[in-house]
Design a protein around this ligand. Structure first.
Ligand code: 26Q
Length: 795
């Protein structure tokens, strides 16, 4: 460890020289990486020692995705070395940001759910809480997106290098996972035991990533499993080469679908590998006191993807430790808790019984028994058929993972107030009535260390100069900024920083995509996965309306705006891909029109990921959070924008509701239908988009243009978009909310015309954003669900 810049420079130069005379940026990166790893190593070891000595309760967060983003800069930041290293390198003629650019971010997640898991890891370590992650080490992360002729293309992303990876292989902790085989009863020393005969064994090897908390004192572990061939005999009747290939396949890539792709055997193999390997690993450390498991550990499952943890923990306790069912069920259901992240019916995981039965025969029997006992317990409760249907885990050959997860855990939560209410009152009403104390809300959060301190060092510096540095530890203290929303000097500094962040984004885009953007335009940013309910389509339709108005009305000359889009569509999600194609087509038309381009500019950022988000969010004036009310469980991008002083245009959906509550609706642009209205329309099937078209000339004209193909290239594209809006009944209420959205945009223009007022609103947003730090979320989980004790690091 070093204590001064001079020491760092000396040590860095010595190491660099050892690597040879050629001084490349790559070599500097390698050197800095190795040094950082060494600094982390010491604290990592010490943290683990402390946990072991104190026998502290440990939390294990199981998730099929961890979208951690780049690691080097964040670790330096949390170690409090960032500025010293930056200055030191500067003096050596090296640019830290350029070194950081060499890191390929591990894209081990699709979007919100995976990024949330990463924010939680950061908060756990920063709050000095013993909480670790279990996930999968996909060889290929989320695909790289390129546009060819306006269409999304997908290339594999390989983030793993030959040397200097972020993770360390732990061969010593490898475990074997059984797939297939037959369940048999065998006589053991203590009676009959269940055993799986002739399974196909797969070895799961863990790779550990250190999670460095604020100030570098606590370093927790993110353990990712990789599938490999086992030394045990492979399955009978399968060629070794086939077994080898199939095994490598298991953790070969992340499923690039964030909602739809179910029923795939490979996905099931992934889920079981995660659950079984993690539980074997956990249990091996608690063998001697399994009765006390709920006091010594907590397991949180991130959505239902790791819900097989319930039957797997039962299996281990019953088959490997000869427990009876009741004892095993008691311990299991006091150890596991579950977070739901969706209310979209199609995203609720269901598995074909036959598939589970054949791949995981013992697990299937346990799920069956859980279901049988649960149904038995309901028998004298006089439930109607509809209720029994909602409460069944297995029905008509289908296993409902959400029901399994609720029944098998002691706490279940939604991720924003509105979402939890919808779960309790509608989607999971019967389950909530059955288990009245199980359901609770934990509104999501984001780590302010990555999304403000790291991504916007300039703003973070200004905040510290203004209110001191305590807000970094207690982000709710950002509220002290409220007072400065009336201070002209402060507002001016805030504006200067916003312009600087815009310049930095422009520079980045110019280098990456050769796009030139007007820095004085309003930066209006819509970045997230492409999905019907997120309504990127509504955004682009509104831009078309603006274009028409500019062309038609010579008095309408609005202040210049740049509309940024960013996001990927699941490769099999055709509608989302058509929207991407359409946005690119509209962009070409608008950006090349000599008149329109003075007012409107569309920029579609290719390959949106965590790194791009770190450039985009601090530069935003306007944050687009426009999902159909009731559909977005929470959203977390909304919080990142707010914390960087952007103003939200949004619906009353997910955590937007709480954002508006915190900052006041007068400091945001709220529009559109409420969740109850949407759900009412859905229930009664009473929404007819044709009525909107017929009663609104502007929308009618827009639809005519769409039908004619004015805004699309090729007939297929027009047919798809028009088809969804007209023939499929506009399932996401795009046309219904369009005018209300347009009015909210008008208000944005009015407000922006007064720059001081605009800045004031931005500062009020920052001041009200502290509650959305994931530190608050994690503290609430710890208080209400996990009951962890802080383990102060020695620093
Ligand atoms: C399921 C089965 C097969 C293949 C893939 C999947 C799958 C994968 C990922 C299903 C869902 C996801 C991800 C869901 C997700 O990201 N949900 C988001 O979670 C955020 C964190 O809570 C919320 O803020 C968002 O509102 C929610 O959409």
């Amino acid at each position: 460890m070093f204590t001064s810049k001079e020491e760092f420079k000396k040590s860095f130069t010595n190491r660099l020289e050892l690597k040879g005379t050629e001084k490349s940026l790559e070599r500097a990166h390698e050197t800095l990486w190795e040094m950082t790893c060494e600094w982390v190593q010491e604290s990592w070891k010490r943290t683990n020692q402390l946990y072991e000595e104190n026998q502290d309760k440990q939390l294990y967060y199981m998730s099929i995705e961890f979208l951690i983003g780049r690691v080097l800069g964040q670790n330096l930041q949390n170690l409090n070395f960032y500025n010293m290293v930056k200055e030191g390198l500067d003096e050596l003629g090296l640019e830290l940001s350029e070194i950081e650019e060499l890191e390929i971010e591990p894209g081990l997640g699709n979007g919100g759910l995976g990024r949330l898991a990463a924010c939680f890891m950061d908060s756990l370590a920063s709050l000095e809480l013993p909480g670790h992650g279990y996930g999968l080490r996909y060889r290929g992360g989320l695909f790289t997106q390129h546009f060819v002729n306006g269409n999304q293309t997908e290339q594999p992303t390989n983030w793993i290098k030959d040397t200097n990876n972020v993770d360390t292989r732990r061969e010593d902790l490898a475990v074997d996972i059984p797939y297939y085989g037959e369940v048999q009863l065998v006589m053991g020393l203590d009676g009959m035991r269940t055993k799986i005969e002739n399974p196909e064994w797969v070895k799961a090897v863990p790779y550990d990533i250190p999670i460095v908390g604020a100030n570098g004192g606590t370093v927790n572990t993110l353990r990712l499993w990789q599938a490999e061939v086992s030394d045990r005999s492979p399955s009978v009747g399968k060629e070794y080469a086939v077994y080898e290939r199939e095994t490598a396949h298991i953790t070969d890539r992340l499923y690039p679908d964030d909602s739809l792709e179910t029923g795939k055997i490979l996905r099931l193999k992934q889920q079981y590998l995660l659950c079984s390997a993690s539980l074997q690993n956990i249990i091996s450390n608690h063998k001697s006191s399994l009765e006390k498991l709920p006091d010594s550990i907590a397991i949180q499952i991130n959505d239902t993807h790791p819900a097989l943890a319930v039957p797997e923990l039962m299996r281990i306790l019953i088959d490997d430790y000869a427990w009876d069912w009741e004892r095993a069920w008691d311990v299991t259901t006091r150890t596991i808790s579950y977070t739901n992240h969706t209310i979209l019916e199609e995203a609720m995981e269901k598995w074909d019984s036959h598939l589970i039965q054949s791949l995981l025969p013992r697990i299937y029997l346990i799920i069956e028994e859980i279901d049988r006992r649960f149904k038995e317990s309901l028998q004298n409760q006089e439930k109607d058929d509809e209720t029994l249907h909602k409460l069944s885990i297995i029905e008509n050959g289908v296993i409902k993972m959400a029901v399994l997860a609720v029944v098998g855990s002691y706490k279940v939560n939604g991720v924003a107030k509105l979402h939890t209410e919808i779960l309790k009152k509608r989607e999971m009403k019967e389950l909530n009535e059955q288990f009245p104390n199980k359901f609770h809300n934990k509104t999501n959060g984001i780590t302010h260390r990555r999304w403000l301190i790291k991504a916007n060092q300039e703003l973070s510096g200004l905040i510290t100069e203004t209110i001191g540095s305590q807000w970094m530890k207690e982000p709710e203290r950002l509220s002290e900024l409220h007072y400065f929303s009336q201070n002209q000097n402060f507002l001016q500094d805030f504006q200067t920083i916003k312009s600087l962040k815009k310049e930095q984004l422009i520079h980045h885009l110019q280098r990456d995509q050769n796009i030139i953007v007007d820095p004085s335009s309003i930066f209006d940013i819509h970045i997230k996965r492409f999905h019907g309910y997120k309504r990127q389509l509504m955004n682009i339709l509104h831009i078309q309306m603006l274009y028409d108005r500019i062309k038609r009305d010579s008095t309408y000359r609005p202040y210049p705006r740049t509309f940024f889009f960013g996001g990927k569509a699941a490769p099999s999600y055709h509608f989302a891909k058509q929207v991407i194609k359409m946005i690119n087509t509209v962009a070409t038309k608008v950006n090349n029109d000599p008149l329109a381009r003075q007012h409107l500019h569309i920029v579609f950022v290719e390959n949106y990921n965590v790194t791009q988000a770190e450039y985009l969010i601090p530069a935003a004036d306007v944050s687009e959070q426009i999902s159909t009310a009731s559909k977005e469980a929470s959203g977390t991008g909304n919080m990142k924008f707010m914390m960087n002083g952007a103003l939200t245009i949004g619906t009353f959906d997910g955590a937007n509701v709480e954002i508006f509550e915190q900052v006041g609706q007068e400091n945001a642009f709220v529009f559109g239908m409420r969740a109850e209205q949407v759900m009412e329309y859905e229930k009664n099937h009473s929404y007819n988009p044709k009525e909107i078209i017929e009663s609104d000339v502007e929308i009618e004209k827009l639809m005519e243009e769409l039908v004619k193909g004015d805004w699309t290239e090729g007939k297929a594209n027009a047919d798809f978009i028009v088809g969804q809006l007209l023939h499929d009944g506009d399932p996401y209420f795009v046309l219904k909310d369009l005018q209300s959205y347009a009015k909210a945009h008008e208000k944005i223009l009015d407000a922006y015309a007064n720059p001081v007022k605009w800045a004031e609103m931005g500062v009020k947003n920052i001041a009200a954003s502290g509650i959305f730090s994931s530190d608050r979320t994690i503290q609430q989980y710890s208080d209400d669900v996990w009951h962890l004790t802080k383990v102060p690091s020695i620093y």
